[in-house]
Design a binder for this molecule. Structure first.
Ligand SMILES: [Zn+2]
Length: 481
């Protein structure tokens, strides 16, 4: 009986609290909804020395007016092995810090108020004045945010830190803020694509790269309720930003996955810039011309002596994928470049371990040269370069072929030899030579042989690319020959 009365009392009390809360939030100009997303720590299944769980659970969007401030209350539970010392003289104080993945400049918010001024390092104290938080205990802290000046959508991610800024966990406290108002100054863009027209083979899965500069006043994000995306007009597909966040003044990339048409001809693709769930604002569509062709060219770069990165930079800037026939001994010394070739979508292929003339090698050496290189590249990049191989000097005969091809390798020759290894340094004559031979009467399936060692070739590369693009060749890697 006593319990029953208590229960009725409790329900009654909760209703009153709920009633007041509801009325209160209706009276507030803006509704405050906070969501704290919790994720498990991917680094370990074991109990960490320092770990935490978020107890507060509500929604994930804070809607603010301009110049509005809010105090957020967060309850954290210590789920690690160590106690948290929150005393004044603590040697291991706790902080939360704003974190943006893949963005080292993200904590820069200007004081003039164009962007969000959020605390980047916020010392945690318990509202109930607890100085020690043992395992499984909780603490309550308040956290003040002020609204960004410009209407728009903002995301913040926070992680917990201890003393020397060692991170406990990231992406656990997420705040999404929507500042209401007129979005017309907040969101705008301009094309920065150097290429708005390209050639493709029919029926291929390809990425169209669209680059847009953020000329508005608020950042763009690739996730969340108000994420930025491109919508293809006819296909109704949505393509998110490649970057997590693009600040005003920065450039964002959209890689639009598309299946190329089956018939030769010119097709116009149209994309509209959008912010999800946000009322529309004026934006003219991005037009991209897709030309379906049967002509194709593989740009190939051999050996790997010299600087590899500038070649990848130039290819990436021109939105061209190429093939790198690298030596095993080069791969060993330049693992980062090998990984970059792969992660940037180029093709890594086998050019032997140290460039001997295969015609002079005993059989076991021939096989060692190709297999050792394959193993090295696999270990570094995780990619199996089998079966694409190019003979050093292009030198081969019936007996090397029976060994190499007998083991399943396909050897790739060339149609355009630039002779660029004669020009290590950049010179007008060297650039002219590379360009001249690269574009000298190429067949409809062209393979251009170039070398990383030649700075003249690096200088000529944009013009070589331009020539092939203007002459209706689709750029391919050697697996598409
Ligand atoms: Zn070579």
């Amino acid at each position: 009986m006593k319990n029953k009365i208590l229960a009725v009392l409790a329900i009654g009390l909760m209703s009153i609290v709920f009633y007041f809360q509801t009325n209160l939030s209706q009276n507030l100009k803006t509704q405050v909804l906070i969501n704290i997303n919790e994720q498990t720590n991917p680094r370990s299944n074991k109990i960490q020395n320092y770990d935490y769980a978020v107890i507060s659970q509500t929604q994930n969007l804070i809607k603010l007016d301009r110049n509005e401030e809010k105090t957020l209350t967060i309850i954290l539970q210590n789920t690690g092995k160590n106690s948290w010392d929150l005393s004044k003289n603590s040697e291991t104080p706790l902080y939360i810090q704003s974190i943006f993945p893949n963005d080292t400049n993200s904590n820069i918010y200007d004081a003039k108020g164009e962007n969000w001024q959020s605390p980047t390092l916020y010392k945690i104290q318990d509202e109930n004045k607890k100085e020690e938080i043992k395992t499984n205990d909780t603490l309550t802290f308040q956290f003040r945010i002020s609204s960004p000046k410009n209407p728009g959508y903002y995301k913040e991610k926070f992680g917990l830190l201890i003393q020397n800024k060692k991170l406990i966990k990231t992406e656990t406290l997420d705040f999404d803020v929507l500042v209401k108002g007129d979005f017309s100054n907040s969101y705008s863009y301009e094309y920065t694509n150097p290429i708005m027209k390209d050639n493709y083979l029919a029926d291929k899965e390809k990425n169209i790269q669209i680059k847009l500069k953020n000329t508005g006043k608020t950042p763009w994000y690739n996730s969340g309720d108000y994420k930025t995306y491109l919508q293809e007009n006819t296909a109704n597909t949505e393509t998110e930003l490649s970057e997590y966040k693009v600040n005003p003044g920065e450039e964002g990339t959209f890689l639009v996955k598309t299946l190329t048409p089956s018939n030769i001809g010119s097709y116009e693709k149209q994309f509209v810039f959008k912010i999800k769930n946000l009322i529309s604002f004026d934006s003219s569509p991005v037009n991209f011309e897709m030309n379906i062709t049967t002509k194709k060219v593989a740009l190939t770069f051999d050996d790997g002596y010299g600087e590899i990165d500038p070649f990848i930079d130039t290819l990436d800037q021109n939105n061209v994928k190429a093939t790198f026939f690298m030596l095993g001994c080069v791969a060993q010394n330049r693992p980062e470049q090998m990984k970059r070739i792969v992660t940037d979508g180029h093709m890594l292929a086998n050019h032997s371990y140290n460039h001997p003339d295969f015609r002079t090698l005993p059989a076991d050496q021939v096989l060692w040269q190709v297999e050792e290189t394959r193993n090295i590249m696999k270990k570094i990049t995780g990619v199996d370069v089998f079966p694409y191989f190019r003979y050093p000097y292009g030198a081969h005969n019936a007996s090397t072929d029976s060994l190499v091809e007998g083991n399943g390798w396909k050897h790739i020759f060339w149609t355009q030899s630039t002779g660029d290894y004669q020009h290590h340094e950049d010179s007008a004559a060297g650039r002219h030579q590379t360009y001249y031979y690269a574009t000298l009467n190429p067949p409809d399936t062209s393979i251009v042989l170039m070398h990383i060692i030649s700075k003249s070739t690096l200088g000529a590369l944009p013009d070589v690319i331009k020539w092939y693009r203007e002459n209706n060749y689709a750029f391919i890697t050697v697996d598409e020959l």
